[in-house]
Design a protein around this ligand. Structure first.
Ligand SMILES: *[C@@H]1O[C@H](CO)[C@@H](O)[C@H](O)[C@H]1NC(C)=O
Ligand SMILES: *[C@@H]1O[C@H](CO)[C@@H](O)[C@H](O)[C@H]1NC(C)=O
Length: 380
């Protein structure tokens, strides 16, 4: 599939993730990728630096045009007026994204916007209410870039679970332990240093883990009870959550997430483990990508007699390809729209809102049981 039928694209944002993830991923897609025609950032300096980096990383014959804030034709409105730009990739600070998503959709552009979909459920619901009719009327694609949802390891884990490799799901756990000090490049991003949104790193990073879990588990989360705390004062407002969660009608699990590890070395533990009636499946990140391990035992023989206990193991390694896959899925969705061919079903803003709801519930629960389904249906 060549996406070059999409006239052109623009990147809105000049942060770390653009340089370290989006540009290399677009480069991997190579000539099938639509051409990058413009870059926007709030300042002229970062916009032009990103355009230079894009030229180098993508091997472009000429630099994309630069756009930045101010009262001049090369501001964001100027970019959005260009008919040769069909789609935008938005990677801007969390709290300003919802308004920019709306602005781009109203200008008739297809949108891929960074996770989280919004800083909180209330603003997420409002954005969905405003954006969905515009997408429908204008035939526009809006997806949320959640690269854990497209990561091959989690998709393979989901397929393994749904195909019954570990039997019926009984319980699960996710454990994320991070060390962040004030010299971390992520911490030094100004909008992350003093966040104006709930949860700090827990929202920004935590939605990934929840998205991975929802990609693997066959049923949605329904209820949560948890506690949140702040253990390193520079990680305001919270850096740690622990919760007990129910999914579907029959199974449950635990989720722990902290950015407050006192040491860079973390206690040995699997990232994600799904346990079923016949075995378990674990996903771990490694220095080269991801590893999935499945262990399962032989079932009883047909006559109902217990067979000799025999454990099988399957180990699979996966490269990290989430960003590249989500970009391809976004372009594919634009190209196949209305043709009846279905693109990879990822990046649905309603699902991305469920990830935000999970973190919001964990931050506010204080041990009380929260109805996660009701939370994303609230009408205000
Ligand atoms: C451009 O690339 C250089 C070299 O990799 C990097 O140090 C710099 O931060 C990048 N600039 C932007 C705005 O991404
Ligand atoms: C996952 O990584 C942890 C920490 O390095 C390690 O203790 C564990 O054995 C790994 N699990 C698998 C299945 O590779």
């Amino acid at each position: 599939m060549a996406f070059s039928t999409i006239s052109g694209i623009a990147i809105l944002g000049a942060g770390l993730f653009v340089g370290e993830a989006y540009l290399p991923a677009l480069a991997t897609l190579g000539s099938i990728s639509p051409s990058l025609k413009a870059v926007y950032s709030r300042s002229e300096k970062s916009s032009s630096e990103t355009a230079q980096n894009a030229t180098r990383i993508l091997g472009l014959p000429s630099s994309p045009d630069i756009y930045f804030d101010g009262d001049h034709p090369n501001n964001l409105d100027g970019l959005l007026r260009r008919p040769d730009i069909a789609a935008v990739i938005i990677a801007l600070p969390i709290t300003i994204q919802p308004n920019i998503v709306m602005k781009c959709l109203l200008a008739g552009k297809h949108v891929l916007s960074e996770k989280p979909v919004a800083p909180d459920v209330a603003r997420g619901l409002k954005l969905l209410r405003d954006a969905e009719p515009i997408c429908q009327q204008g035939g526009l694609v809006w997806r949320v870039a959640e690269n854990f949802e497209t990561e091959p390891v989690y998709r393979a884990a989901g397929e393994a679970v749904r195909s019954g490799k570990i039997g019926n799901v009984l319980f699960f756990k996710a454990s994320v332990v991070n060390y962040i000090d004030k010299t971390s490049k992520w911490y030094k991003t100004p909008w992350r240093t003093v966040p104006d949104y709930q949860g700090g790193f827990l929202l920004d990073g935590g939605v990934h883990t929840i998205a991975a879990l929802r990609t693997i588990l066959p049923e949605s989360f329904t209820h949560l009870s948890g506690f949140a705390s702040l253990n390193k004062e520079y990680l305001l407002p919270h850096d740690t959550i622990h919760c007990v969660v129910r999914a579907g009608s029959s199974y449950h699990g635990i989720v722990e997430m902290t950015f407050a590890s006192p040491t860079k070395s973390i206690p040995a533990s699997e990232n994600i483990v799904i346990t079923g009636s016949k075995g378990w499946l674990a996903c771990n990140s490694t220095s080269e990508g991801f590893k999935m391990v499945i262990k399962f035992v032989e079932e009883m023989s047909k006559s109902g007699e217990e067979k000799e206990y025999k454990e099988e193991e399957k180990i699979m390694l996966f490269p990290g390809k989430g960003v590249e896959t989500e970009l391809a899925a976004f372009f594919d969705d634009i190209v196949t729209q209305g043709t009846g061919k279905s693109a990879l079903d990822v990046g649905n803003p309603r699902n991305a809102l469920k990830d935000v709801a999970f973190i919001e519930a964990a931050l506010n629960s204080k041990g009380n049981l929260i109805d996660l389904v009701g939370l994303v249906q609230a009408s205000s």
